[in-house]
Design a protein around this ligand. Structure first.
Ligand SMILES: Nc1ncnc2c1ncn2[C@@H]1O[C@H](COP(=O)(O)OP(=O)(O)OP(=O)(O)O)[C@@H](O)[C@H]1O
Length: 474
């Protein structure tokens, strides 16, 4: 019986020779690669690679899927499509050689360069090894709504990546956009025009440091804001919408608008300046509120002066909303009442959005509708008043660069205790001279000559309302 004896030396020889062949081949390839890298410029290499990729992808069966991402969810209704805006910001951040052209510009009053995708420009983004192609479509006038041309993105990818696109890529675009907003820390201010929120950068430089308010009031407001941010889980647990309402009241020029800007800059929340006379109906109001983004402050200034919110007393039945989006400005006033505004807000808070702060301002708290002061409506009533105590020193530092003490401060503070002068008036006087000594001298003279009753008409009868509601008073 013959036995099989393995030919060890010969198999060993063959393995060695294979290894030698492989080593020689690798060396040869490395030489070729080095030669190509040295001899062929990078642009030409990229060109050849792109051509080869295009050739092979053309050979594959066409199984592309396209998704249309309109600027607004429904043409004619005007709901913002957050994904469109996310893509608009996200794509320029992915500048690669795939861009043939990008719009670049610098807007007046903006600190940074603006980058935007050009219409009809194809942008290829790579995510987890998969290519996603975006094209911005400028739309046509036919698709326009209220003379606003509607833009859209078309996102194309291979059918086999459908799951990845919907479950991972699109969420990735949205998350990146949120992170970018946080990083850029650009606070926006929105004002409403023809059913749309128009955005611009909030350039108001106010901060809590630059506000001439008593340190205790500042601390109270900051603590309240911090507590609000921290309590997301608690709000959820007790089933309360995560919102906070502030009523700012006080004479003109005491810093109500400046405080709103300081809160926005502190929290990095966008500001939505809601002018009620730009709202046509109850449903328009709902839409306006629904279109605000999370982490935002909705501001309704001079609530006592809004004709719309006085309609209630005339009993015009304005709650019967014969809403039509074609209604023009001539029928827009008196379409809803303050109560309906508040009720809608109460309802809306629970159903949409998070981290909203709503701020009402008034110069005359005694004139505003009691519905606004009802318990639980406005969480905090903040009284901004005439310049008193050491708050003046903040203005002296802001406007004259005087840090710490100055021989004239006590005299000025003593005069202010006896007068009713707003921070705006003092700020205006401090700006009159570049020489600090001259400016302080002029301010003393002004305060001495100022009649005590100069601002009597601005005073509020605060005691009258202090028993209403259970909101905190400051
Ligand atoms: N408390 C303050 N601290 C610092 N600056 C202030 C303060 N109050 C007013 N100012 C100055 O006065 C200007 C006007 O103030 P602001 O518009 O904030 O007042 P307001 O109370 O909102 O007035 P109005 O009721 O007329 O809208 C501001 O640009 C700011 O320079």
């Amino acid at each position: 019986m013959g036995s099989y004896i393995p030919n060890f030396p010969s198999s060993f020889t063959s393995a060695t020779s294979w290894f030698e062949v492989y080593a020689a081949f690798s060396t040869f390839m490395m030489l070729i690669r080095t030669a190509i890298n040295d001899l062929i410029p990078q642009q030409i290499r990229s060109f050849i690679t792109a051509k080869l990729e295009a050739f092979f992808s053309n050979c594959q069966p066409n199984s592309q899927i396209s998704l249309k991402i309109n600027q607004f969810w429904d043409v004619g209704i005007g709901d913002r499509n957050e994904l469109f805006y996310a893509a608009h910001e996200y794509l320029p951040s992915r500048i690669t050689r795939n861009y043939k052209s990008l719009k670049v510009g610098k807007l007046e009053n903006h600190k940074h360069l603006e980058l935007a995708v050009d219409a009809s420009q194809e942008v290829v983004d790579e995510f987890e090894g998969t290519k996603f192609t975006w094209i911005l479509d400028a739309g046509s006038n036919k698709e326009s709504y209220n003379n606003h041309r509607e833009f859209s993105f078309v996102l194309t990818f291979n059918e086999k990546h459908r799951e990845r696109a919907l479950k991972r890529y699109i969420p990735h675009v949205l998350n990146t956009f949120e992170a970018m907003k946080g990083e850029q820390r650009i606070v926006k201010i929105y004002s409403r025009l023809d059913h749309y929120w128009n955005e611009s950068e909030l350039l108001h430089p106010a901060t809590f440091d630059s506000l001439a308010l008593s340190p205790e009031l500042k601390r109270t407001i900051i603590d309240d804001l911090d507590r609000f941010l921290r309590r997301k889980e608690l709000y959820k647990k007790v089933g309360k919408p995560w919102k906070r309402g502030y009523l700012l009241y006080g004479p003109p020029g005491t810093g109500k608008s400046s405080l709103i800007a300081a809160i926005a800059n502190y929290l990095k929340f966008d500001v939505y300046d809601l002018e009620l006379n730009s709202v046509y109906s109850n449903s328009d109001l709902m839409r306006a509120l629904r279109d605000t983004s999370n982490r935002s402050i909705i501001v309704i200034e001079d609530i006592d002066c809004n004709r719309e919110v006085h309609a209630r007393s005339k009993g015009d039945g304005s709650d019967n909303d014969s809403d039509s989006d074609n209604e023009g400005p001539k029928v827009k006033t008196g379409r809803f009442t303050l109560s309906s505004l508040l009720n809608y807000m109460d309802g809306l808070w629970s159903s949409c959005g998070e981290e909203r702060i709503i701020v009402f301002t008034t110069n005359h708290r005694e004139k505003i509708d009691p519905a606004l002061l009802r318990p639980g409506r406005m969480d905090m009533h903040i009284h901004l008043s005439f310049l008193k105590g050491k708050a003046f020193r903040i203005l002296a530092s802001n406007y004259l660069g005087i840090e710490g003490d100055h021989p004239r401060f006590e005299e000025i503070e003593g005069l202010m205790e006896k007068k009713e002068v707003t921070p705006a008036v003092v700020a205006e006087h401090l700006m009159r001279s570049e020489d600090p000594e001259e400016a302080l001298e002029a301010l003393v003279k002004f305060l001495e000559e100022m009649g005590k009753d100069n601002h009597v008409e601005c005073q509020l009868n605060i005691g009258q309302l202090s028993s209403q509601g259970n909101s905190k008073e400051y």
